[in-house]
Design a protein around this ligand. Structure first.
Ligand SMILES: Nc1ncnc2c1ncn2[C@@H]1O[C@H](COP(=O)(O)OP(=O)(O)OP(=O)(O)O)[C@@H](O)[C@H]1O
Length: 284
């Protein structure tokens, strides 16, 4: 049984002409210890899909669909009303860790807060566990680093702190929304390696959102491609690069420098091609 089965998710936001459908009828599943990549251009609905899973969609949105998580079924629209204890155990990390961390508190106090209030640890145990978590995510001199403020750390280190906080919450699923986009290529590779190792060692599952199909295909087990609020296809990462089914996926692949045979850039996708992507429908 998958850890997560999302079914028929649709999300609409109020607009001048009524409602604008940001996501329509999206379904996917995710196994334990699996990394699912969700890829698509800006505005395709990746982030709102994932925010809906943690009940973080803004007021006024209209949401329908269900999710089964760890055996429990929830209507997505009900999630914002559930208490923290009742909500599915899903952690989130975002593109800009500095914006997610509190700038006026040390990273140690932010991690220990999760451990003390989320897991009932006393101050001493939480302090030791926080240092162990920093060590686990590859931060050197973890005890000393607990006393650092986010602005005293690099972007890559802050992203590691965010991952440590997700581990502190003992979440079964981590949703990572463009977690490496703001980082340089070397640090990006290190964070991806860290996520892979954590999945292998802990059985954590990850949804990794990105607009970079190349990166997603290297990191993830399976890849879901979104366009215009629709899920166009889901395939194993190895298959999607050699046998993409949907014209949009083919265009994304063609935009990767060095990818053969087509060499056109995404920038040459015309409006006519855009409307044809949705006409083609889902290439499940
Ligand atoms: N709070 C909101 N109110 C109204 N419309 C919204 C809101 N949040 C998102 N949208 C719309 O929903 C659609 C999907 O947005 P979403 O942020 O999920 O795209 P995305 O694929 O994650 O893009 P990006 O890669 O740029 O983050 C867009 O058309 C966006 O304008």
């Amino acid at each position: 049984m998958p850890l997560l089965a999302l079914e028929n998710l649709s999300i609409a936001f109020p607009s001048r002409n009524g409602f604008h459908w940001a996501v329509e009828d999206v379904s996917f599943s995710l196994g334990k210890g699996e990394i699912l990549g969700i890829v698509g251009e800006s505005g395709s609905g990746k982030s709102v899909t994932c925010l809906s899973l943690v009940g973080l969609l803004g007021h006024g949105s209209q949401v329908s669909g269900t999710m089964r998580f760890d055996g429990q079924v929830h209507a997505i629209a009900d999630l914002p009303r559930l208490s923290v204890d009742q909500r599915p155990s899903i952690g989130m990390i975002f593109q800009d860790p500095a914006a997610s961390l509190n700038p006026v508190r040390t990273v140690g106090s932010q991690i220990t807060e999760v451990l003390r209030f989320g897991r009932g640890m006393d101050r001493r145990a939480a302090q030791a566990e926080a240092a162990a978590l920093l060590d686990r995510v590859g931060i050197r001199e973890p005890e000393a680093r607990l006393r650092s403020y986010p602005h005293q750390m690099s972007g890559g280190m802050n992203q590691r702190v965010m991952i440590a906080m997700a581990l502190a919450g003992q979440h079964r699923l981590l949703v990572a929304d463009e977690p490496t986009t703001a980082l340089d290529v070397t640090i990006q590779a290190q964070i991806c390696k860290l996520l892979r190792n954590l999945v292998r060692e802990t059985g954590l599952s990850i949804i990794f959102i990105s607009h970079d199909l190349d990166l997603v295909a290297q990191l993830c087990d399976r890849v879901a491609v979104m366009f215009g609020g629709h899920l166009l296809e889901t395939q194993s990462a190895s298959d999607i690069v050699v046998a993409p089914r949907h014209a949009y996926t083919k265009a994304l692949l063609a935009a990767i420098p060095g990818h053969q045979p087509a060499r056109s850039r995404l920038g040459v996708i015309t409006d006519e091609m855009r409307s044809s992507f949705l006409d083609q429908g889902e290439a499940a």
